[in-house]
Design a protein around this ligand. Structure first.
Ligand code: ACO
Length: 330
């Protein structure tokens, strides 16, 4: 699997910490010192997971030099779909990717990494030749804006990667690991409301709908600083790669303190840790491709660069991947 093109899209509206403090009892100093976040984008009435994912996907296709109908598969990682039956087909239609099968994959903040690894299986078996993987979330839909412990953390956005099959010795997915632990599910949920309506006699039926995001921040923090270094250490050891050979550390953007703790564990200089938390906060499945696209476009990530990536979050789920950026040439 070669990583050949990236794209991203963000809602037009940005809300600063200062502005948010007019809504809940918080302040810029608290949010920045605890999380590194300075602002977040929030989707307006004309924006959606579909529109953001399609814009990011279109940009990735253009950078790869592909037409929409070149695609065999469109995988959309999202936990805030426009349609629970699947949002990927809407994105497929918006792009005009008529030859692609399109479906959603849900794994919260690990979603993009899990989707990328899933795409690699289709490409490596030869079943597919060209795949678009998109991570897009609109968690602003599911935030309790009166809960200061969660509303300051999240934002909306989308990022995409164009992937194609390639000879094994050029494979850009150098190594990967994926993990789940449902016994710790309660740490971070976006769960169904438990609401029953009378149906017939004594029978009731559940009314659909979701509660807002519930999070035990400290438990999630401890989970991240324990599991992310462990999975990355396993990957590096298993591949015979030393941390100093990494060009970039590209972690799920949840909290600057988590990024710094992981970087310190591997003695990766902080200038090689990619972060855009200050501008966008935690955009869930979008953070990794959004950050990657930004660093490709501004020239930090160059063809041949080795990137250690890790996604982690609700599920609980987490994983890691060593990636080599290919770029559109060749
Ligand atoms: N502004 C001001 N004060 C606040 C705010 C806020 N926005 N939020 C909480 N506080 C207060 C609390 O009420 C508490 O006050 P108290 O001591 O009087 O009770 C105090 O600050 C400390 O609260 P803690 O929750 O202990 O703060 P902590 O240092 O743990 O930081 C944080 C909270 C930033 C949420 C941290 O725990 C964290 O980053 N956790 C990881 C979260 C994460 O990464 N989640 C996403 C995973 S990705 C996914 O799958 C969606």
């Amino acid at each position: 699997m070669a990583l050949v093109g990236s794209g991203s899209a963000l809602p037009a509206t940005s809300i600063s910490n200062q502005e948010l403090s007019q809504r809940v009892a918080t302040d810029d100093g608290w949010i920045r010192s605890r999380t590194g976040i300075g602002a977040r984008r929030v989707a307006g009435p004309a924006e959606s997971v579909t529109s953001l994912a399609a814009a990011a996907g279109r940009a990735a296709l253009e950078r790869a030099g592909w037409q929409p109908n070149d695609l065999d598969l469109l995988l959309l990682a999202t936990s805030s779909p426009d349609d629970l039956f699947g949002t990927a087909p809407r994105v497929q239609a918006a792009l005009g990717a008529t030859n692609a099968v399109a479906f959603d994959l849900t794994a919260a903040c690990s979603g993009f990494l899990f989707a990328l690894i899933t795409a690699a299986q289709y490409l490596r078996t030869g079943a597919m030749q060209r795949v678009l993987v998109i991570g897009a979330d609109q968690l602003s839909r599911w935030i309790n804006w009166d809960d200061r412990s969660t509303c300051v953390l999240f934002g909306d956005g989308a990022g995409a990667l164009a992937l194609r099959s390639c000879p094994l010795d050029e494979d850009g997915l150098v190594a990967f690991r994926m993990r789940s632990d449902g016994s710790r599910n309660a740490c971070l949920t976006l769960a169904q409301v438990d609401d029953q309506q009378p149906l017939l006699g004594d029978l009731t039926a559940q009314v659909g709908g979701f509660r807002s995001i519930q999070m035990n921040g400290q438990e999630v923090y401890k989970f991240a600083v324990r599991e992310v270094p462990a999975v990355l250490a396993e990957l590096l050891e298993g591949s015979g790669i030393d941390a100093h050979q990494l060009d970039w550390l590209l972690l799920h953007q949840a909290n600057q303190r988590i990024l710094d703790a992981v970087a310190d564990r591997f003695a990766v200089p902080h200038e090689r840790v990619l972060s855009n938390l200050a501008s966008y906060g935690n955009t869930s499945a979008a953070t990794i491709p959004l950050m990657l696209d930004e660093a490709v476009r501004d020239g930090r990530i160059q063809p041949g660069h080795l990137i250690a990536s890790s996604g982690f979050g609700a599920g609980l789920s987490w994983g890691g991947a060593l990636l080599r950026w290919h770029g559109p040439a060749g």
